[in-house]
Design a protein around this ligand. Sequence first.
Ligand code: CA
Ligand code: CA
Ligand code: CA
Length: 164
Amino acid sequence: MACQQLLIFICLTGTVQLCCPDGWRKGKNSCYYIGTSLKTWVEASGICQAFHSELVVINDAEENFLLKKIITNIKGAFSTNFWMDGSDQITEGLWVWASTMETIRYTNWEQGEPNNYIGIAEDCLELYLSNFKWNDIRCTHANHFICEKELTTQDQVGELVGKR
Ligand SMILES: [Ca+2]
Ligand SMILES: [Ca+2]
Ligand SMILES: [Ca+2]
């Protein structure tokens, strides 16, 4: 449903239902932007912030599965893995979501990961394109990325609703 149609819907029913910006995919409580370009973790994080969002925080198995579904549906657009918001740059082995500094609770590590691969500090969190498991890898690696913003903070629709 386009935003303008949605506004009419809101007016008729009084139900507030939010939508995602163009080019973003709607999840349960979030909008996701799947970045096809290849960026370091810091670059990717900066791009998400420019879009008033953060690198994705995968909160549970349901969200991990949803992203698998979204990405699998955009076939052929990707050659490698995706950055998430997780990092253990501050304290080795203590994984946090960088945007909130909250300890990562739900995890979906690939077998044997995180391994902070010997000789190279692996301090940033990636989502495998092949099986949607998680891996720690060096932050300067070039990856695709996923930005997430909450539906409830969607400014555009908030303004439209406010004008009524
Ligand atoms: Ca999330
Ligand atoms: Ca590490
Ligand atoms: Ca690793």
